[in-house]
Design a binder for this molecule. Structure first.
Ligand SMILES: [Cu+2]
Length: 461
């Protein structure tokens, strides 16, 4: 490295740029990332018989690809921004280094149109995760930028097939074209719902599965708004993990409540060929909505759910509750209600919500104050108090937390990154602040996030 300062190396002096250029095709190939994503505007058929224009995907030729990583193995993803606007990619639920977390200004500069950024990290946990932009988040996600991310276990649990299901709505008119992506009056309430329910960008897709086989269904709710209750009928289905963390014991996959950002892993024993079809439903008061159909095909594989190896717990540290400091967070209305500041990452033009009486100012260079500063390695109890008559799925980046208790209901002691906070509920969760950095902390109803219900926690020495 003689003659090249660290700063020159990082910022690219004339010398290093020339060296890269001279390296040519072969050395660039040698340095290729393990994965690549290209953000692009595309046209695609979602509603049968129509072609939707002005969609956005992580691939120029179809829906976002399923990314597959291995637990504990370093990986890299080149993100090329082929949009005509800035973006940035966040890996929801991955407890990775702060600089790779994909939040504009807080962890990196936005990736400008035509630019590229390489993400490099080692996923510490296995399970079902997802990825999405954190810049102009409502529009980019509403137009399609939400993808499923799988981190495989060290040991294969013994499924015959693995089937990720990217569950989300699109706001389309009867002609298949986008209608207004949100309505301000809804953003100030429960959020604006889509009009077309999809799984993997298809309306009620049919999947042919080997009869009698064991299939891992990976449900990822990547919608911008919808909190839903999901049900599987017609087959033996067990819920084995929520938000990428295995349940202590599998339970029947009945009435699984998932809010935006949440995931459910379901072990399905496909019926034998004469055993009928399996259906995934979204439960609704005015009649269930069929989201996907699974059809048994061929001779029965005669598998049994008891043949599956239990999933190993992820290495999330256990908080020391006896010595944990309590931090209070109040989710409420915005006290002022002014418009947020303009940002390269977009603004919805309104402020409706706040955390601890502070509305997020927008995705700006800052600096801004954290909502709280946590000491690295210490245990904390976070007390979430919802003053509003709306539910908010509260998501914390970089750290997973354990659900402790609620004033409204019995909580299973699950480990998660996204907790659905019901209307007027007070909930306590606990964590070990083991990952240093500034971590985004926000509601995952994206209209709420983009109209004030966002902030960040700092974990520092
Ligand atoms: Cu919310």
């Amino acid at each position: 490295m003689a003659g090249i300062s660290r700063r020159e190396l990082l910022l690219g002096s004339t010398g290093t740029v020339a060296a890269f250029a001279a390296g040519g095709f072969l050395s660039r190939q040698a340095q290729a990332a393990a994965h690549s994503l290209t953000l692009a505007r595309i046209r695609h058929s979602v509603l049968p018989g129509t072609i939707t224009g002005n969609m956005m995907s992580f691939a120029p030729d179809g829906p976002p690809p399923v990314l597959r990583f291995k637990k504990g193995q370093a990986t890299s993803i080149d993100v090329r921004n082929g949009l005509d606007e800035a973006s940035v990619v966040h890996w929801h639920g991955l407890r990775i280094a702060n600089g790779m977390d994909g939040v504009p200004y807080l962890t990196q500069l936005p990736i400008e149109a035509g630019q590229q950024f390489r993400y490099q990290f080692t996923p510490p946990d296995a399970g079902t995760f997802w990825y999405h932009p954190h810049c102009n988040t409502l529009e980019q996600m509403a137009r399609g930028l939400t993808g499923v991310l799988v981190v495989e276990e060290d040991e294969d649990p013994g499924f015959d097939q693995d089937l990720p299901l990217n569950i989300r709505d699109f706001r389309l008119g009867g002609d298949g074209q986008f209608i207004d992506l949100f309505k301000p009056r809804n953003a100030a309430r429960g959020g604006t719902y889509g009009t077309v329910s999809t799984v993997n960008w298809k309306v009620a897709p049919h999947y042919e599965l080997a009869a009698g086989s064991l299939v891992r269904l990976r449900l990822a709710v990547t919608d911008v708004t919808r909190v839903g209750t999901y049900d599987i009928t017609g087959g033996d289905a067990q819920l084995i993990a929520l938000d990428s963390n295995p349940l202590p014991k599998p339970i029947p996959a009945k009435d699984v409540v998932l809010s935006p950002g949440q995931r459910a892993d379901i072990a399905l024993r496909v019926p034998d060929n004469d055993g009928g079809t399996v259906r995934l439903h979204l439960k609704r008061p005015n009649g269930d909505k069929e989201l996907a159909v699974f059809l048994p095909r061929g001779q029965s594989a005669r598998r049994d759910l008891r043949e599956l190896k239990p999933l190993a717990p992820n290495p999330v540290p256990e908080p020391d509750l006896a010595n944990a400091e309590v931090l209070d967070f109040v989710f409420g209305w915005s006290p002022e209600g002014g418009a947020p500041q303009a940002s390269i990452c977009g603004s919805l033009g309104y402020t409706f919500w706040s955390i601890n009486r502070t509305a997020w100012a927008g995705d700006l260079p800052g600096p801004f104050d954290p909502l709280a500063t946590l000491r690295l390695g210490k245990s904390y109890i976070l007390r979430f108090r919802n003053e509003t008559p709306n539910a908010h799925p509260i998501h914390l980046h970089g750290v997973s937390f354990r659900l402790l208790r609620s004033n409204k209901r019995q909580l299973a002691p699950l480990v998660t990154d996204t907790a659905l906070l019901l209307e007027n509920e007070t909930m306590e969760v606990a964590l070990v602040a083991d990952n240093p950095g500034d971590w985004a902390f926000h509601c995952h109803v994206i209209e709420h996030q983009k109209t004030g219900l966002a902030g960040f926690l700092r974990i520092a020495e």
